[in-house]
Design a protein around this ligand. Structure first.
Ligand code: IMP
Ligand code: MG
Length: 181
């Protein structure tokens, strides 16, 4: 390994510890199990890559409700190009969701553009139901209204990393959620 002492020191403050995250994920899973206990038909958890991968893995293993896993990788053009309403789909679902109960699993909702466009796309495939579970929500940053059914933590307008979330593809591996300074 090269000596990295010439790199500027990065300070990361812990916002939610690994233990706090696990506790919240367990509570979300209990709530989801209750809500889907009366549903007939298959439940599909749709993880939005890459950020939701840690959350999806932990949530899936905490659920009692049998379910399938599927993945999408999307990116929204964001504020500047929002008028185009374009969602870039880098990877679409493998399976058919028609008639199935779909729960989108997201790492964080910021402006809401990505989720709004993903929901619109999946709704056209006529799932039996379509709901959203996000680990983090930054409501103060919202630009478009989106219905979110399950929220792990509401946070202030800070940029977070860890537990799947990145800053230029770094820090996804951290077991906790931090704020980089
Ligand atoms: P939105 O379309 O503005 O809601 O952005 C949603 C996506 O932007 C999330 O799924 C994340 O991948 C990314 N994102 C937004 N805020 C953060 C953050 O604080 N840290 C890391 N990624 C973020
Ligand atoms: Mg995401």
């Amino acid at each position: 390994m090269n000596n990295t002492s010439d790199q500027p020191a990065v300070q990361i403050d812990c916002l939610y510890s690994a233990a706090q995250i696990q506790q919240r994920v367990q509570a979300l899973a209990v709530q989801i199990d209750v809500d889907y206990s009366q549903s007939t038909g298959e439940l599909v958890l749709v993880g939005l890559l890459n950020g939701a991968v840690m959350f999806l893995a932990d949530l899936s293993r905490s659920l009692q409700t049998p379910h399938r896993l599927d993945f999408m990788q999307v990116s929204s053009y964001g504020d500047q190009q929002a008028s185009s309403g374009q969602l870039r789909v880098l990877k679409d679902l493998d399976g058919n969701i028609c008639g199935k109960h779909v729960l989108i699993v997201e790492d964080i909702i910021d402006t809401g553009h990505t989720l709004q466009q993903t929901l619109a796309r999946l709704a056209k495939r006529q799932p039996a139901s379509l709901h959203v579970c996000t680990l983090l929500d930054k409501p103060s940053r919202r630009r478009v209204a989106v219905g979110v059914d399950y929220v792990g933590f509401q946070i202030e307008d800070v940029f977070v990393i860890g537990y799947g979330m990145d800053d230029a593809q770094q820090y996804r591996h951290l077991p906790y959620i931090g704020v980089k300074h």
